[in-house]
Design a protein around this ligand. Sequence first.
Ligand SMILES: Nc1ncnc2c1ncn2[C@@H]1O[C@H](COP(=O)(O)OP(=O)(O)OP(=O)(O)O)[C@@H](O)[C@H]1O
Length: 239
Amino acid sequence: MDSVISLASVSRRYPRGVIALRDASLDVPPGQFVAVMGATGSGKSTLLHCAAGLDRPSGGRVRLAGHDITRMKEARRTRLRRDHAGFVFQAYNLLSELTVRQNVELPVRLGGPRNRTVDEVLAQVGLAGFGKRPVGELSGGQRQRVAIARALVTAPAAVFADEPTGALDPTTGARILALLRAAADRDGAAVLMVTHDPVAAAWADRLVLLRDGVVAHDGPVPDATEIADRLRGVTAVSA
Ligand SMILES: Nc1ncnc2c1ncn2[C@@H]1O[C@H](COP(=O)(O)OP(=O)(O)OP(=O)(O)O)[C@@H](O)[C@H]1O
């Protein structure tokens, strides 16, 4: 089956000569959960932003859900993201004065496809009955589950997560990772997650390690201890 997320020789240069990503290639098929790790500044967020169409590469080609978004105009890219991508970021990006239901419905109100009902996705993340609660009253873990429900309401082909468990305790974090795992296994989404945490990465199928903007490793996920060892390897070389 065709990849949902596809980067071919992607590079990203910032002004003043910083090369955040060099010749990075990555193809993620439906139902695969990929963890991206690497030292601070190694290019993880840049890779995720380029893959999701939030940033434009300086070179190479990016496809999302079968569409070449490399040079697509911003308005079309926005529509494509809305229709095919879900986002779960560390800072939740929820509107705290709105209710849980209003937050989850947001992508649909902005014109995204109503592929699943709000009740269905709230039940999936364990928040059935929370619809009327203002998001501002919820705990961090509950907010992140609202963010996941919002990401899944359009049944996106791709889910992008940037440090989704960074602000959570291990037990709450595990619950979030199980939901991302289910998005791949149950819903068939391609999931791309940036994390610093080897325990979080161990939930994925595949591990990509970045070193100075280069893909230094791409393979099946070993256990958390071996991930930590490999990470020390790439971090030590770049330090
Ligand atoms: N808007 C920007 N302008 C200039 N340089 C940038 C910009 N964004 C990122 N960079 C640089 O690009 C490199 C990669 O940054 P990126 O945020 O992708 O790394 P990261 O691995 O996600 O880091 P972290 O783990 O700290 O979030 C860094 O050297 C960073 O300073």
